[in-house]
Design a protein around this ligand. Structure first.
Ligand code: 9G3
Length: 548
């Protein structure tokens, strides 16, 4: 592609509202343009990268035995009524009406559609297992779209769904998909961790998220410094150390106001409410309640904290309040609690004796330095961008939508399902977050919009132009994709834009073109070497490997 004829609208300035580096660089490099909050166009450079990511995904999905199809983004509302999710999701689920007044959901995901698509066909164990996938635009009306493609309202997702007669068969497909995801992200050059994640409302059992390591990431990963254990912070189970119970000592006392509690362990009371209950949680003052763990204990899909003081007295909770405690205080025999509502401090407390606790369970967030749940090493935190997730769905959708099959014993059973997603546009951004320097993007070779950026320093110089043309033809003949900067621009502008766009190899035809000498540089380390133009193909294949 000759740059003088290409559509690559680069920007000199950093766009004001672009907070993440990937968002800035994708805008400045002319890869994307915003059309509305969270809605983007992929310009030619950006779309070339998207297509390379998709090609890698298709190869690995096909290798894992999945079959590609394409479902509509316009999903009949009836399907979401059948699954019961039409009313569960609020404004985040985008909806529209057609000219006949019929409602549709703009697809945020595809469980309903795919289940309705297969239920009349996959009705006997003889036809199972089947895994289907699509690469389709998804819509989720985020309240705060941000960081460019990282949290958009319209984005590209690969979503796959597998259907099984037995749990074992689902386990096999899950494992195959898990390995396929590792191959996809390895081939993309992404630095990631597969973390245990909470299945939450998805109703599955096993769930892993693929988290790309990046400071801008919204998720926190708890990982071991001694093993490959990694879990989403919300999910990471806490293993308490030396849980030896001290002897129970003095009877509880109460003091007016907030008093110094000496060596006694301070604990605190936190109040929550679910759709139906009020929940009181006792835990060590320095710990934080993990609301996802509380949700899973009380079996609610929704939970929110009550402001301090809104809760009643922690010692005389009203009837019907669920009184829980983090197991970290079970071993305490002398602890103290300051009650804001009464402005009193209770001391010499023995939680098991004095707090009418219904159950002690793992209710706190794991902390850096805690022992790793697998018993190896200690926990450290990292930020992550969730670029993929794999779920064992079970029968949540097949039951709700009567997708049944005749099993080997002739009994009608709901299909057992798995679902597997990769955020393609999000993966593009995650790559940019991980591969850039102060001058711009540094694409991994497998994803770069072009293999080589060929720069003619001065196209008016005939030697430089002729040599460039020769190199351009030769490399293309060898199967390399070349972006040739043949523009009549100042050299400084051309070099800066080349660093911004970030192709893995730069070849510069300049002053020594008359001696058949060019400069070649790898974008990632920017070392420029002078070589004879005859050596170019050999050096390029050394960097990139042979092509086609
Ligand atoms: C919605 C809206 C947002 C959503 C969902 C539904 C997330 C929703 C979870 C999933 C699970 C898997 C298949 C591919 C892999 C992920 N946000 N989820 O179901 F209506 Cl507005 O999407 N789906």
């Amino acid at each position: 592609m000759k740059q003088s004829q290409s559509f690559i609208p680069t920007l000199k300035e950093i766009p004001a509202d672009a907070e993440s580096i990937s968002h800035q660089l994708l805008l400045r490099g002319g890869f994307i343009r915003q059309n509305a909050a969270g809605v983007y166009s992929y310009l030619p450079l950006g779309y070339k990268v998207i297509k390379k990511i998709e090609a890698i995904i298709r190869e690995e999905m096909d290798r894992a035995g999945a079959q590609e199809l394409l479902m509509p983004a316009m999903q009949p509302a009836e399907l979401w009524h059948e699954s019961g999710r039409w009313d569960v999701y609020g404004p985040e689920l985008m909806r529209l009406k057609d000219r006949h007044g019929r409602f549709f959901a703009l697809g945020a995901t595809g469980e309903e559609l795919i289940t309705s698509l297969v239920r009349d066909t996959l009705n006997t164990y003889k036809k199972l297992p089947v895994t289907l996938y699509q690469i389709q635009t998804k819509y989720r009306d985020e309240k705060r779209p941000r960081f460019g493609l990282l949290r958009g309202r319209e984005f590209i997702m690969k979503d796959a769904y597998s259907f099984h007669a037995t749990q074992e068969s689902l386990d096999e497909a899950y494992e195959a998909m898990f390995q396929a995801y590792c191959r996809v992200f390895d081939r993309c050059g992404l630095k990631y961790r597969a973390v245990l994640a909470d299945s939450g409302a998805m109703g599955g059992r096993d769930t892993h998220e693929f988290q790309a390591l990046a400071e801008i990431g919204e998720d926190t990963i708890a990982y071991s410094d001694r093993s490959d254990y990694a879990a989403n912070l919300e999910m990471a189970p806490v293993v308490e150390e030396n849980v030896v119970k001290a002897e129970t000592s003095l009877p509880p006392e109460q003091k007016e106001g907030k008093v110094d509690v000496g060596s006694e362990q301070l604990i605190k009371a936190e109040w929550f409410k679910t759709r139906t209950e009020t929940v009181l949680v006792f835990l060590r003052a320095e710990d934080e309640v993990n609301d996802v763990k509380v949700k899973n204990i009380v079996g609610s899909d929704l939970i929110e904290p009550l402001e301090a003081g809104q809760g009643a007295n922690p010692f005389r909770p009203e009837h019907g309040v669920r009184v829980l405690a983090d197991k970290g205080i079970k071993s305490l025999a002398r602890c103290a609690l300051y009650s804001e509502t009464e402005d009193k401090t209770y001391i010499h407390l023995d939680p098991e004796r004095d707090l009418a606790i219904e159950s002690f369970s793992d209710l706190r967030f794991i902390k850096e330095g805690d022992p790793s749940p697998d018993g190896k090493g200690r926990i450290k935190f990292a930020k992550g961008i969730e670029v993929g997730q794999v779920f064992k769905l079970g029968t949540k959708y097949s039951e709700a939508m009567s997708a049944l099959f005749l099993d080997a014993q002739g009994k009608n059973k709901p299909l057992i399902m798995g679902c597997y997603g990769i955020g393609i546009s999000r993966t593009l951004s995650a790559i940019c977050e991980q591969y850039h320097d102060e001058d711009g993007l540094i694409w991994p070779a497998a994803l770069a919009p072009f293999d080589v950026h060929l720069i003619t320093v001065n196209p008016k110089d005939n030697d430089q132009l002729v040599l460039s043309g020769k190199i351009y033809q030769e490399l293309q003949k060898k199967g390399y994709d070349v972006l040739w900067d043949d523009r009549k621009e100042r050299p400084g502008v051309k070099f800066a834009e080349s660093d911004l766009i970030g192709c893995p190899i730069q070849i510069i035809a300049g002053k020594k073109a008359s001696e058949n000498v060019v400069e070649i540089a790898e974008r990632r380390n920017k070392e420029r070497n002078e070589i004879s133009a005859d050596k170019i193909e050999q050096v390029v294949s050394g960097f990139l490997g042979e092509r086609g």
